[in-house]
Design a protein around this ligand. Sequence first.
Ligand code: GLP
Length: 256
Amino acid sequence: MSCTEGDRKMDLIITGSSDEMSRKAAELFARRIRSNPAIVLGLATGGTPEKMYAELVRLHREEGLDFSRVTTYNLDEYLGIPETHDQSYRYFMNKNLFDHVNILSENTHVLNGMADDPVKECRDYEEAVKKAGGIDLQLLGIGSNGHIAFNEPGSSVQSRTGVVDLTENTIKDNARFFEKAEDVPQQALSMGNGSIMEAKEIILIADKESKADAIFKAVEGPVTEDVPASLLQKHPNCTFIIDSLAAGKLKNRRVL
Ligand code: GLP
């Protein structure tokens, strides 16, 4: 698959620091929440969004940013770890955002990694997103191998929410959050590339030099399933907010 002439690529905002990336992304989320208080957000985990969530908490506390009508759906969850596990994505979301803002817990959704029938869990999740009217604004991070959510290189452009295998690369990257690499689950439940592409607006954030290669391939490389983030070049309303280190390998640094 290659990007044909005339395709609109993602917008690009390059910030001077990781803090500024977090602030800019939080400001954009806050603007969207203010203009649509019943917004449906798609949320991400990982080290990258932590400071952005902290900024949203600050905006709630100091400027009254209201989450009372907001609904959220998270991208993914490890298979086989309970939500009480300190590395589950549900635990992360409670700790970094939900416990500190006035969101209703019944409006927050994270795939259940302990579901008896994970395939049904994923099907039901897709249905629930659809019933909610779809995702208005989706936050994404990016893996150092170009993955989005847990859609590893090679996952289909049309993939739907399902059970996925993690690559050695991702297990190695995420081992820093666990005691040892063997503790990292080898599978996860994840929204698919096709599901993510249905969001009305997408914001991808990335910082640090370790993401520079993936960002270069996603922004300036061909649109290919080998780099899931490159599929975003085809999304009609997608912005990358990245720091100058993550932008380090881009040849064309003007806003695309
Ligand atoms: C994980 C998550 C992704 C996230 C990526 C990057 O594998 N499933 O949603 O974007 O890692 O994480 P970090 O921000 O810690 O680099």
